[in-house]
Design a protein. Structure first.
Length: 473
């Protein structure tokens, strides 16, 4: 059968085709097929009926109806890593949530999963080749870039992220990523040493600055023998949850015009140029809160201690190390409407940190360090007379008597809310991906169910929004 190239049609007809396709929710390619099908049926019904009964034809028409307006579309790009097998389950999880999925496999990904297996779960053709004549007759890569609400890259390999950061477009996946204006969600997956490499960190910062969102990576065992660390791709349910959060946040700018300050991560208090006092905080919770506030439309400043998680997109980030540095950065960020202190600030620092590395002393089996209190950042801001935020929120990371200690902290610090959580080793909160929160206010307490740190962040920002709107009303 002769092929039809849309680019050979006159401009007016191409414009009419695009308008009709947009109205029906189809691609130009599908719209042309629909027109041809309808024309063939209308002019050759008698002949057609001899080969295809009317009942079968009516069923075919029904299966090609346009998507409902509220249906969300995700383009899933599967990169070439061992975690690619998880992406097949991710497709199923997204479809369970009523999300329409299209899929691109990179050439490397085809070594781990096949277009046939991905296509069977997606329920349609899987795209692999930038120069596919069947897909490119109406500039298919541009169509894929435009006809989606969100692009998910899972697994996002070190190579694929490096290409994105550099603006490369040498295959179908990278060309679509460069051509799209849709939000991009990356689920990184790689060896821990690759994740920790300076080049990868540099690429992450660039991608975050470009507006990409991230889910994971998680810590755990790698596919390689005797390898473990940060680099495991987030589980399909985690990625599906992140997708839902991004899609549901579109158009929901409830904190538009508000300024929000968030602190996150640990602080490092030097003992000498080599050693320091720190804690096990990963920064995941604080960074998730900053990302949720930004998604709600707020102008967000994040003051972060040393962490390995990527900077959230759309957020101004100030990197610090010590408690005194953090306090200075916080005061520089004022005035704000809301201040959320999620950082695990060291309570003490060494009174006189050594200018040189401290050495063992002959005949001495112990060493003495003189400690002094660090500034109390939460109390300092909560008790300000000038430029005090309307809402000051702190965290109470406790190992015993969690709620009782949080209530005392609420009073002593002078803040408005305390989010209390159990950080004892058995809880797995420090460095983990889940949290169990009790919101403590002067009016009472509210226990939240155990949930992911992203979900905690979304719940907190929802409560903040309600409170600010009540004050405004």
């Amino acid at each position: 059968m002769a092929s039809l190239t849309v680019r050979q049609l006159d401009d007016r007809l191409k414009k009419l085709l695009r308008m009709r396709a947009a109205k029906s929710g189809r691609s130009v390619e599908d719209e042309v097929r629909t027109i041809l099908r309808e024309a063939a049926e209308d002019t050759g019904r008698t002949v057609l009926d001899a080969f295809e009964p009317p009942t079968a034809r009516s069923r075919a028409r029904t299966s090609r109806t346009a998507l409902p307006v509220e249906t969300k579309r995700v383009l899933l790009i599967i990169g070439g890593g061992i975690a690619a097998y998880k992406s097949l389950d991710l497709i199923r999880r997204l479809k369970e949530r009523g999300i329409t999925v299209r899929c691109i496999l990179t050439k490397a990904a085809e070594h781990f999963v096949t277009p046939l297996s991905a296509g069977a779960i997606v329920g349609e053709h899987v795209f692999t080749d930038l120069f596919d004549p069947a897909g490119e007759f109406d500039i298919g890569h541009i169509r894929l870039a435009r006809e989606t609400d969100l692009i998910v890259v899972a697994p996002a390999t070190a190579d694929l992220m490096a290409k994105m950061a550099g603006g490369h477009a040498d295959d179908l996946a990278t060309t679509v990523l460069l051509a799209t204006t849709a939000k991009i969600l990356l689920a990184p997956a790689m060896n821990p040493r690759m994740w920790a490499n300076k080049a990868t960190k540099r690429n992450l910062r660039q991608l975050a600055a470009d507006g990409a969102a991230f889910v994971g990576p998680n810590e755990g065992e790698m596919a390689e023998a005797d390898e473990s660390g940060v680099g495991r791709m987030a589980e399909p349910l985690e990625i599906a949850s992140a997708v839902q959060k991004i899609l549901s946040a579109e158009g929901t700018q409830l904190l538009q015009g508000r300024r929000v300050l968030v602190t996150s991560g640990p602080t490092y208090e030097p003992i000498d140029p080599v050693r320091y006092i720190a804690n096990r905080s990963s920064g995941k919770q604080g960074h998730a809160i900053a990302a949720a506030a930004a998604a709600a439309g707020a102008d967000v400043t994040l003051v972060s201690g040393p962490v390995s998680v990527a900077d959230p997109p759309g957020v101004k980030v100030m990197h610090v190390e010590t408690a005194r540095d953090m306090l200075k950065a916080v005061e520089q960020a004022l005035p704000v409407d809301v201040a959320i202190f999620a950082a695990a600030v060291a309570d003490w620092r060494v009174a006189n940190a050594g200018e040189q590395k401290l050495k063992k002393q002959p005949g001495k089996s112990t060493a003495e360090l003189s400690l002094i209190e660090n500034p109390d950042i939460l109390a300092t801001i909560a008790k300000r007379k000038m430029q005090r935020p309307k809402l000051v929120i702190g965290f109470a990371a406790e190992t015993e008597n969690v709620v009782a200690n949080a209530k005392l902290k609420l009073i002593s610090k002078g803040c408005d809310w305390i989010l209390a959580n159990d950080v004892s080793p058995r809880s797995g909160v420090m460095g983990g991906d889940r949290n169990t929160i009790t919101l403590v206010r002067s009016s009472g307490t509210e226990a939240w169910k155990p949930q992911s740190k992203d979900e905690v962040a979304a719940t907190l920002i929802a409560r903040v929004t309600e409170t600010l709107n009540e004050e405004k009303g």
